[in-house]
Ligand binder design. Sequence first.
Ligand code: SAH
Length: 311
Amino acid sequence: MQSDFHIPVLKDEVVNFLMTNPMGVYVDCTVGGGGHAQAILDSLAPSGKLIGLDVDQTAIDLATERLKPYGERVKLLKANFVDLDKCLQVKGIEHVDGVLFDLGVSSMQVNTPERGFSYLQNGPLNMRMDLSGEKSAWEVVNLYPEVELVRIFQEYGEERFSTTIARAVIRARGFKPIETTKQLVEIIKGVVPKRSSQKTLARIFQAIRIEVNHELDNLWVGLDKAIKSLKPGGRIGVITYHSLEDRIVKNIFFQKAKGCACPPGLPWCVCGREKELKLITRRPIRPSLQEVAVNKRARSAKLRVAERTGP
Ligand code: SAH
């Protein structure tokens, strides 16, 4: 496996905004190569602990190696963050001091052609973060009906040539199954204007990846469980890389910071919803130009942080 090293995005900002208790327990829901996890551990006192989750066994292996020096203070689990509650239960932990999500794929995943995430390298149509997941990009590209492809390309890729591309995919797979990322790239390039083809490729690959990994549904569930797992005063930090993810984070944070969800005009609250969060960042934190210059992945990153309210 080619392992192009992954540079953690907004590392100092994550540490500064997330950490409130040096003796606390922190969860990295997307531990990846362990970059953020290491920064968190370094800022903790010797009694502070970290739990790391990732759906990708390769990521868990890499993080295990990297975080070995921290010994028993680190527990890593191959798990989806939708199961955060169960993971904490297994470890006998009820509440935590902070939770981090650094969404999307790691440089290790993107730069491994066999994983099929990149439109710049040829590989099988896979795109599963969890290699034991039931559905890969192959099934989406070769078996989904045209209307479903159009929906995915539109909803998850916000791509204006969605219909044209879906039709081209259906036509091509009528001759023989589409097996590789390169074949898919050629099909897309064949029907969209050359000047916009790179952006279109990025959007279509993003759309298929979101569908394969249920990324947006997982995010709703994962965020909800993470907020429930926080101690009062504990913080949640989320780094997103595109507007669909950021919108979900923003909506959940604002909703939970507002509490009452009654329609305006009612004389008193009937929903009874309490505030669960206080916003620490009203606007998302963006990386500096210097950071973007050395780490291309940081380009579109946005960090939002909120704090659990309550007694
Ligand atoms: N912060 C990490 C990099 C994270 S990259 C570092 O500094 O090294 C994003 C990681 O999230 C990937 O390894 C991916 O496999 C993982 N991931 C994505 N969705 C996930 C989910 N639902 N549950 C657990 N891990 C997930």
